[in-house]
Ligand binder design. Sequence first.
Ligand code: CA
Ligand code: CA
Length: 445
Amino acid sequence: MRTQTTLLGAVCLLASVAAHAHNQRDLGRETLRPDNGWAASGSGVTGGSAAVDAQVYTVTNRAELIAALNNGVVSSTSPSNPSNEPKIIYVQGTIDANVDDANQPLACTDYYRNGFTIEQFLATYDPAVWGRVAPTGPVEAARVVSQQAQQARVRIRPGSNTTIVGLGRNATIRGAWLDIRGTAGVANSRTNIIVRNITFQDTFDCFPAWAPTDGALGSWNSQYDSISTRDSNNVWIDHNTFEDRTTADETLPLYFGVIFQVHDGLVDITNASDLVTVSWNRFRNHDKTMLIGSSDTAAADRGKLRVTLHHNLFDKIGQRAPRVRFGQVHLYNNFYDLRGTPNYVYSWGVGIESAIFAEENFFLADRSFTVDQIIDRFNGTTLSVSGTLVVGPRVRNPVDVISAWNAVNDPDLGFDAGWTPTLNFELLPAWTTPLLVPLFAGPFR
Ligand code: CA
Ligand code: CA
């Protein structure tokens, strides 16, 4: 047993309650504990905690956020070379990314360029008219230019040594893509970033691409994750909520017989990113939620993509919680609420050369759930799983997730990820998870 005895677990649980119940402290000046997941490895995460007074900002709209990320310099679009000066940015109220420079709201139609309309796009590339081949020509070209017009508004690029935290419990960033991005092949080109205490809502792409041969019916593929990291390291994402409200999947139309999917991931960690801790977040009502590694052929990802996920609430999540390639990924004390998730596909995606170490996770399931559904395999071969607890109408037990999967799939998965995590702050028995996570995940109360 890697976790404490029940009595010691209860004591730790009470200590954890105390740690998460109060918010009288200055989150902007906090740093990552030295044992809090993979992000604590190497140089750890201090974010902008050492900022001088001139680099402490309170922002209330998109323009102020972009300026704060760039030493106070106003810019219509978020510069690709943001400031690396230590800085603390407090988000107050709701920031909408789909606005003009005067903070007036922009609708999808405001991004239409070169004569684009969705009606003309649908008329042009309907498989009944166009056939089942990829769109080309002026209407597709106009879609791409229109997409870029939206991207210029919603893409927000932070520099290194930056802390972005919400003030109070209602700080919200809506419609944005927080693009944490370094330079491929350049070590520490984007590093030491903290994002905490913010609700990220409705990151959406007005201009999904039509992929007519992606799946049996084709699919609509979108840009923009709420947060993405590429070529970045030592990032801590903590106590946030990620959710779709006004653009929830069930509100989206069907075009060409499939959902007009305007969302990409909520937190995607790709392109040789490394040393990331994702803790105490709420992920709600989303399909493809967290991709760790975006390609089977990304050789630069080998030995990287080391990520810890702990005490996150995955509530009505369809898949990718997470889907992993290459990385040593530690999953502990996460709470998966699968009830009322008609589009549930799987939780843990076992991808190529992945090494998931999952312990003391908790699943709340409904009647249709079977334990083998927790895993899906994508060219992976093995993982370590222990202490999984499932509660539902048909299960109320510790379960052996790998054996359940192997019983109905071939070839079998192995039982050993080949490594043992050590940076496991707050690791507790799985039974504490349904008590602590619904109470304390997401922004601080
Ligand atoms: Ca993505
Ligand atoms: Ca089998």
